[in-house]
Design a binder for this molecule. Structure first.
Ligand code: ADP
Ligand code: MG
Length: 670
């Protein structure tokens, strides 16, 4: 069947639809509304000031049109609304003059203003054209919502008898969910608010169940791929850790123990190592990589940015200096010749440990035998990308590092495909960072802090959340840099942000790292992982624009090693804003901060700081619908457990369908 078999679709409309991925009647029918609006006539008595309403009325005077400017017209007329006379104004719709005449029944759409007898209408409907009810909103380009709904209804009539439901019946029955046929019948024209409620319940549950099944199937696939235990020698690891300039904390040792037993077993590791910034995750990852590398296996360390890749490479070089292993750094700025040499080394196996950015997993990079993968800041990569990553190796163990702690129960729900290890202890040398909250207008005090830091020969970060300045007194990052140079003429000042060329970013970072720059003015680009031991002061402008977890991360840039650190958060805003920030003064515990932030800002905003693509659900809301997510998680677990036992079940086809969807991502590459 073709689109053109549907009444109302000709050549032109078929093209419009095709451009948006709608090529068949089933595509059309399956394109569900993004949202719904409820439209009903408002009773004037009930209407409140400021409310957007639909008022039924009758025109009582011939409309008059005034042109205020060439492109601005105003049409006015009198109308009887609920027995009162209103003066109605409509802007830029002078053509209405042709239709509106005394005696015609209309519906006025607009907002009730304070002046009762005058009403500015956004829209005037003829009464006979106005439909009350729940209206779908599709946002399909070039086709009105009402038209689209009508076409979808036509498609439904054509297809109704052939529709099947992939969501298994027992699940529908258990939760009293409507079936697919009813869903598609109702979705394009919900007959009642109750029906709408039923539509939403079904869509949310299905979306979550799909997600949970995918996440679990990926994990299962990964586990099945594993068959080889990687042997390692405890003696060697002990010797390796002896070479560290410090001894591991108890928490680090426990984490390492869990990871090592995964490496030794034939279970494929998929483990998230989470812990506060500075808790020593990177070191644990390095030791683990050392354990995983042997004659046969290579390790890769994936960093989210070039700067971090370089930094990790340096760390690794120092730690691996006494080992026979060959290390390499590979990023998108690696010169072509060097890059080719590294690619050759990876393919032949002469390079044992490679550190770099996403190019590590581009199509061109092949490994002789990749056995261990670390990805730093895992939330920056989506779930499917992660799949692509582990497919590069034959049987790789994968360790994800995350410095933005998520409360454990939530983590289990969202990242059901991973084991979780938490480092909940800071190395002794890590000092708590003295935290000061100041209004932007108190900026002068900041210069005192900077001056003292300079005198001690220590370094300062100045952070601006944005590059551009924008409204009011908000300054651009270049303005901030200028004023710093002006106030501290002797200081060596560097500027770092995402729009600078990569080579320049590197050299600035390098210089800061080596102590050749005293003050680094930067965006939040330095947020994760930067480790500059002599940096002891961080100043963050417009802290109100960042999440607490993120500010805590930034604060973690200073007070490393034995030098005490200070963070100054400058904000613009009221007492409430100050109070939120003040929580940081009282807590150095990343988990507590995350939880507080989540409660204050709501889950959606909170997750926004994760830059996570994987958590965007269309129908469901991760915060509001978390209880449904939990049910879906348990169901997915049970369904797959059944499948594992080889039990014939009514879920088989469903699982197969989901697996097929995952196949489509098989070639997905970072
Ligand atoms: P994370 O990756 O969790 O942010 P890192 O591994 O980068 O933390 O460690 C932060 C800093 O603390 C580094 O300079 C590191 O060398 C140091 N460090 C790590 N573990 C210890 C420890 N057990 N004792 C002292 N210092 C440590
Ligand atoms: Mg780190």
């Amino acid at each position: 069947m073709e689109l053109k078999d549907i009444r109302g679709i000709g050549e032109k409309r078929a093209q419009t639809l095709a451009r948006q991925g709608i090529r068949t009647p089933i595509d059309l029918l399956s394109r569900l509304p993004e949202r719904y609006v409820q439209r009903r006539l408002t009773d004037l008595e009930e209407a409140e000031k400021g409310e957007t309403v639909h008022l039924p009325g009758r025109v009582t005077s011939e409309p008059k049109v005034f042109f205020i400017r060439k492109s601005l017209s105003r049409l006015t007329f009198l109308a009887d609304v609920g027995g009162q006379t209103f003066t109605v104004s409509v802007f830029n719709q002078h053509y209405l003059k042709k239709t509106l005449h005394p005696g015609i029944h209309i519906v006025l759409h607009g907002r009730i203003s304070s002046e009762h007898k005058s009403f500015t209408a956004q829209k005037v409907f003829l009464r006979e054209n106005f439909r009350e009810g729940i209206l779908p909103v599709y946002n399909v380009e070039g086709i009105r919502d009402t038209t689209f709904a009508k076409l979808a209804r036509e498609a439904f009539t054509l297809l109704a008898d052939s529709l099947s439901d992939r969501l298994p019946k027992p699940l529908r029955e258990r939760y009293r969910l409507i079936d697919k046929k009813r869903l598609l019948d109702w979705a394009h024209a919900p007959p009642s608010p109750r029906a709408l409620h039923q539509i939403r319940r079904r869509l949310k549950y299905e979306e979550f169940l799909d997600y949970q099944l995918k996440v679990r199937l990926l994990r299962k696939r990964h586990m099945e791929a594993q068959g080889l235990a990687k042997p390692f020698f405890e003696e060697e690891i002990r010797a390796f850790t002896k070479n560290l300039p410090f001894s591991l904390t108890a928490s680090q040792k426990r984490a390492l123990g869990e990871i090592l037993s995964d490496i030794a077993s034939d279970k494929a590791m998929r483990r998230m190592l989470q812990g506060d910034t500075g808790s020593g995750k990177t070191v644990v990852a390095m030791v683990s990589a050392f354990a995983a590398i042997d004659d046969d296996h290579q390790a890769a360390f994936l960093a989210p940015t070039e700067i971090l890749a370089r930094q990790h490479f340096k760390t690794a070089q120092a730690l691996f200096a006494h080992t026979p292993y060959e290390l390499a750094l590979l990023t998108s700025t690696t010169p072509k010749e060097e890059r080719e040499a590294i690619e050759k080394g990876l393919l032949e196996g002469s390079i044992h440990f490679v550190i770099g950015t996403h190019v590590l997993f581009s199509r061109n990079t092949a490994y002789r035998r990749l056995g261990f993968v670390v990805t730093d800041e895992q939330h920056r990569f989506g779930v499917l990308q992660r799949g692509a990553l582990s497919r590069k190796g034959e049987k790789p163990d994968v360790l994800y590092l995350s410095a933005t702690p998520i409360p454990r129960t939530l983590a289990m729900t969202l990242f059901g495909d991973m084991d979780i290890t938490t480092i909940d202890e800071m190395p002794n040398s890590a000092k708590t960072v003295e935290t000061t909250i100041l209004s932007e207008t108190d900026e002068a005090r900041v210069h005192g802090f900077i001056e003292k830091t300079l005198q001690r020969g220590e370094q300062t970060y100045i952070i601006s959340p944005t590059i551009e300045g924008g409204k009011k007194n908000r300054r651009s990052i270049a303005d901030i840099e200028r004023s710093i140079r002006h106030r501290h003429p002797k200081a060596r000042v560097g500027l770092l942000h995402g729009r600078r060329p990569p080579e320049e970013k590197e050299s600035v970072m390098e210089a800061f790292h080596e102590g050749m720059i005293d003050i680094l003015v930067a965006t939040t680009i330095v947020e994760v992982g930067m480790d500059v031991p002599r940096a002891t002061l961080i100043v963050v402008h417009h802290a109100e624009r960042l999440g607490l977890a993120q500010l805590h991360q930034l604060r973690g840039r200073v007070g490393r090693r034995d030098l005490p650190g200070r963070a100054v958060f400058l904000y613009e805003g009221d007492e409430e804003v100050r109070q939120r920030l003040a929580f940081l003064q009282g807590s150095a515990d990343g988990f507590a901060i995350s939880e507080y932030d989540m409660k204050r800002r709501g889950f959606g905003d909170f997750m926004g700081t994760y830059q996570s693509g994987r958590l965007r659900f269309v129908h469901a809301d991760v915060e509001e619908d978390l209880p449904i997510m939990k049910i879906a998680r348990d169901d997915a677990k049970a369904i797959l457990a059944d499948a594992d036992k080889g039990r014939k079940s009514s879920y088989e086809d469903y699982v197969a369908a989901i697996e097929k969807e995952l196949e489509e991502y098989a070639d997905y590459s970072l």
